[in-house]
Design a protein around this ligand. Structure first.
Ligand code: BES
Ligand code: ZN
Length: 622
């Protein structure tokens, strides 16, 4: 019976396989939210959004009398059924007891007298909590100008903390919005701007015509300017950063074209990038039409723009074909990391892609070892089981890099041309739909059954998807590009090469990172001191070179660099950078103590998701 219902829901859900989402209260077999019209005002003083969300809801089950939505911390004042005439009828509602991870189920009742039409509009008046998980409110001191800033972060299950909605990635909505801000600020969203010459200052309208999962609805408000970088592309940033941002992102149009060549037509009309304040929680977030990107990618030499390539690639893997549940997260990130490498190779050359690949590989090996040591070997499989856990806990290199290596394995077996055809057809056939790991496996096996397909067994595939660590079919990772750096690293370490004689002036940032990552824990303080003063290593400059340097300092117990560890962690809120350093600190008792000291100061500047991630590291549950 259960299967039958699940099958019925299949087409309406537009999920390629019936997928129960352990992280949502929604009952998509009864009702589906199709459109959300937001009318919200941002109150920077109170740190709240307040207004209404009008949901267009389709009833699938005629017997259903309750609509269940996800919320987290929302204060709901009224719920109305809006009739075609415009008349509104009050509906009863109930907020369930909050679950610490999932939030509260909002149950809206339809009285039996008023048999609901199959499509209806439900208007919910509410305000967000002043501690809403999705929202980060920044003081002027945390921006690069004299104004405050706020943004939303929906992924993974935080959209429900600012919109009452079916917050499951397998369910898609279109949306429109009217946003009111303080008059001197500008609002941007993951949607088309609707220019309204009659709009008052501080009033902005948006329209997203393509259906997207709730986690991709996004808003940012600040002192923002825009610079076009081509017909379809451009950059938003705080005014003082706009010129540097435009210089860094000069290749944006080429990136988009390269994406279309590999993955098929770009379906979102425009692609803009929003350069965020330093506290932004991620390197990048793929909000459709408008990726949010950390300013830490601005290195001056375009060496860190792979993050932007990555977020752009999500326009296909993630935003177009979407993981149906967070257990299928690798379908978003693994495909995207694979595409990222391909696009970097196309735009910046094979050598740069190979270097980034080799660096990522070393990090992946470390992650696998760490997860194993922590008794979490099950999290080294691509398909995760996150029921009962915060989905962000499953967010590791595994989804990204093991996922990308699985696709690389398929590419090698298929041959590039045939694999590219497969990919393009995959994005096309499943566009604007959710995808489970099992459905992808089926699609792949079907393709492998067709004439001319390579021989790849289900066992080989399942070893990647369900097995731990890295299977024997791993394609060897190119290390040769680093041969010269590796030689220099060994010679320096073993005293055959003086610090002053390192050929480092010729190194690109990726070579610097490799050099630093190759150094073991027992390098002497003296050598590290020389390195630091000769090459001005510290908390500033290229954010990833600084990260590798500070990791080395922590590993080697090099105390003179500790103040820079603190400075770095106070200056960025970017997940990977922050998590990497706190994880390294947490490897020793003294490091943990130092980490706690730093965190006490840094915490107010971190997004809630990053606080949770750091606390898991430095205050682990016994
Ligand atoms: N979608 C992710 C960010 C994310 C993951 C947000 C999980 C919330 C939960 C984004 O596309 C991403 O992967 N960002 C990376 C950069 C990328 C180049 C690997 C990041 O922020 O480190
Ligand atoms: Zn990503």
């Amino acid at each position: 019976m259960k299967h039958f219902i699940a099958l019925l829901a299949l087409s309406a859900l537009s999920v390629d396989a019936a997928a129960a989402d352990p992280h949502s209260f929604a009952q998509p077999e009864k009702f589906l939210v199709r459109h959300v019209a937001l009318d919200l005002a941002a109150d920077f003083e109170a740190r709240r959004l307040a207004g209404t969300a009008e949901l267009t809801v389709e009833q699938l089950d005629a017997n259903a009398s309750e609509l269940v939505l996800d919320t987290n911390g929302l204060e709901i004042s009224t719920v109305h059924l809006v009739e075609a005439s415009g008349q509104a009828k009050v509906l009863a509602f109930k907020l369930g007891d909050p679950d610490p991870i999932l939030g509260s189920r909002l149950t809206i009742a339809f009285p039996p007298c008023c048999a609901a039409p199959s499509t209806m509009r439900i208007r919910i008046a509410y305000r967000t909590s002043n501690e809403a998980g999705a929202l980060q409110w920044l003081e002027p001191a945390q921006t690069s100008g004299p104004h405050p800033f706020m943004y939303t972060q929906g992924q993974a299950i935080l959209a429900r903390s600012w919109i009452p909605i079916q917050d499951s990635p397998g369910i898609r909505v279109t949306y429109s919005a009217r946003i009111r801000t303080p008059p001197e600020l500008v609002a941007v969203m993951s949607a088309a701007r609707v220019e309204d010459p009659a709009a008052a200052p501080g009033e902005f309208r948006f329209e997203m015509k393509q259906p997207i999962p709730a986690y991709l609805i996004a808003l940012a408000i600040g002192d923002l300017g825009f610079q076009p970088l081509g017909a379809r592309v451009g950059v938003w940033a705080e005014p003082s950063r706009l010129a540097a941002a435009a210089h860094e992102l000069a290749d944006l149009g080429r990136m988009l074209e390269a994406g279309e060549r590999i993955a098929g037509p770009y379906r979102w009309d425009r692609y803009d990038v929003l350069i965020m304040p330093r506290a932004f929680a991620y390197g990048g977030m793929e909000n459709p039409r408008l990726s949010f990107v950390s300013p830490s990618i601005i290195a001056g030499d375009r060496s860190l723009v792979s993050v932007v390539v990555h977020e752009l690639a999500h326009s296909w893997s993630g935003n177009l074909v979407t993981n149906a549940t967070w257990d299928d997260f690798w379908l978003n990130e693994g495909f995207t990391s694979y595409l990222e490498r391909r696009l970097v190779a196309a735009i910046y050359g094979e050598r740069r892609a190979d270097m980034e690949d080799a660096i990522a590989y070393e990090n992946l090996l470390q992650t696998i070892a760490d997860l194993k040591a922590a008794g979490l070997e099950m999290d080294t499989a691509l398909k995760l089981d996150l029921a009962g856990r915060d989905p962000n806990e499953g967010t590791s290199d595994i989804a990204y890099d093991k996922g990308a290596r699985f696709l690389r394995f398929l590419e090698v077996r298929f041959g590039r041309a045939q694999f590219d055809t497969f990919l393009r057809e995959y994005f096309d056939a499943h566009a604007f739909r959710g995808m489970t790991t099992e459905a992808f496996r089926t699609v792949l096996l079907e393709r492998l059954g067709m004439p001319g397909a390579p021989r790849i067994t289900a066992e080989e595939i399942d070893a990647w998807i369900y097995g731990p660590g890295l299977p024997p079919t791993l394609t060897p990772v190119p290390q040769g590009t680093f041969a010269a750096v590796d030689r220099a690293a060994a010679d320096w370490r073993e005293g055959r090469l003086a610090t002053a004689d390192l050929p480092a002036r010729e190194w690109v940032p990726q070579e610097w990172i490799r050099f630093l990552d190759q150094q073991p824990a027992d390098v002497s303080d003296e050598k590290l001191g020389e390195l630091r003063s000769t090459f001005h290593l510290g908390a500033d400059g290229n954010a990833l070179i600084a990260l590798s340097w500070l990791q080395l300092a922590i590993r080697a117990g090099y105390a003179p660099a500790y103040p820079d560890v603190e400075r770095y962690l106070l200056n960025t809120g970017r997940w990977r950078l922050v998590e990497t350093l706190f994880r390294d600190l947490a490897r020793t008792e003294a490091g943990t103590a130092f980490g706690r000291e730093i965190y006490a100061k840094a915490k107010p500047g971190y997004h809630q998701s990053i606080r949770n991630a750091v606390e898991r590291l430095i205050y682990p549950k016994a």
